[in-house]
Design a binder for this molecule. Structure first.
Ligand code: PLP
Length: 384
């Protein structure tokens, strides 16, 4: 049985009927951009995440750019990002005219290294830091990082594209964030029916700036107090997200169960999985296997033969990307980010995945690991 890396078609019973009904209503109503559907979703999300204000926008990359612009980051500024993230984090900094400082990750939790961050702030005096909550959890030293940025007078933006509904010390992770962003790309844990994103703000005045920036800098319909651009959320996306929210708690429970089952069953095969530090409840966004780099290709080959989908999130560090060089102000470390990129293997994990599919993936991994042990013991290179 083939198992896809992700399948977005596993709708709950009744979901598509409700969606069809909503589409009909929105089509008759014709308020396609912004409007009540967007405001309603923003409000509901703000309550769920315990944040003061949510501003919907076109996608997660725009959310980062809107937030950076609202922090008045621009030409001549430098912004720290972790060396292990999605390229959008890097792009957002460059697209607002600033330069990038990459800081290595801590191999204990795969997140920005807090000690190296402190050194980077001291040495380079950046205007802001983007902390990325990678893989469905966050840094073990999150409170310390927030405190450090506050006492150093450095803006902190939290890229939460992968952290929807993650809990930290018993509360939503975004509750104590000054500024954070979400992506609703369809493959994220809360996905829209197209591209969408949001900026989460503690300060309502800043939320208003973000909203204006994403709506041509409007102060009135044809009066423009700022130079922004168009990054408004569509009504269909908002309505789809609102419907998905009805099912999100159940979907995340299922994801978390799969993530835990993977860890336990892979451990018996000798496969190491990354896991959230104490204090976190993960959202089950990804399974993260850490395979010895020299062995990863043969594991992948076995999965391919069996028709089992997999991912490498992400296969390269930011500072290694061909386009990175001329935008880099500085690079602190990077060996842990590069090692993670060479080791990471993500197995299928999605809402609606069946137990039979999980068994099939585990069987595939079993075969892959057995093949490796035979291989290495025959060639005598590594004792199994
Ligand atoms: C998905 C993602 C983004 C970008 O979001 P889009 O909606 O695809 O623009 C940014 N940062 C991280 C960490 C992501 O995973």
């Amino acid at each position: 049985m083939a198992v896809p890396f992700i399948d977005l078609q596993r709708f709950e019973p009744g979901f598509l009927d409700r969606w069809a009904e909503i589409c009909r209503r929105l089509s008759v109503n014709t308020q396609f951009v912004g409007g009540e559907a967007v405001r309603g979703f923003e409000q509901r999300l703000a309550e769920r995440l315990e944040v003061a204000a949510v501003v919907g926008c076109a996608n997660g990359t725009d959310a980062l750019q809107l937030a950076l612009r609202a922090m008045e980051i621009g030409a001549g500024d430098a912004v720290i990002i972790p060396d292990a993230t999605f390229w959008a984090t890097f792009e957002a900094v460059v697209n607002v005219g600033a330069r990038v400082i990459t800081v290595d990750i801590d191999p204990a939790d795969q997140q920005l290294d807090a000690d190296l961050l402190a050194r980077a702030i001291e040495r380079h005096r950046p205007k802001a830091v983007i902390l990325v909550h990678l893989y469905g959890w966050g840094s073990a030293r999150l409170d310390e990082i927030r405190g450090l940025c506050r006492t150093q007078g450095v803006g902190l933006l939290e890229d939460g594209a992968q952290a929807m509904d993650v809990a930290w010390r018993g509360a939503p992770i975004f509750r104590d964030a000054d500024l954070a962003t979400l992506s609703f790309y369809p493959a994220k844990v809360l996905g829209a029916c197209g591209d969408a994103g949001a900026v989460l703000c503690r300060d309502p005045a800043r939320a208003e700036t973000v909203r204006r920036l994403g709506n041509h800098g409007r102060s009135r319909h044809y009066q423009h107090g700022l130079v922004g651009w168009n990054s408004r959320m569509g009504a269909f996306d908002a309505a789809y997200l609102d419907l998905a929210l009805d099912h999100l708690t159940a979907r995340l429970e299922h994801r978390r169960r799969l993530a835990a089952a993977y860890r336990e069953r892979l451990r018996t095969l000798g496969v190491v999985s990354a896991e959230p530090p104490a204090g976190y409840v993960e959202n089950g966004y990804l399974n993260v296997c850490l395979i010895e780099p020299a062995r990863r290709a043969s594991v992948e080959a076995m999965l391919r033969v069996r028709g089992i989908g997999f991912g490498n999130v992400y296969p390269g560090a930011m500072s290694q990307q061909p386009a990175a060089g001329r935008h880099l102000e500085a690079q602190l470390g990077g060996q842990h980010a590069r090692h993670l990129a060479a080791s990471v293997l993500n197995l299928p994990l999605f809402a609606g995945m069946t137990d039979a599919e999980l068994d099939e993936v585990i069987d595939g991994m079993h075969a892959a690991m057995r093949g490796i042990h035979l291989d290495f013991s025959v060639s005598g290179k590594v004792s199994p």
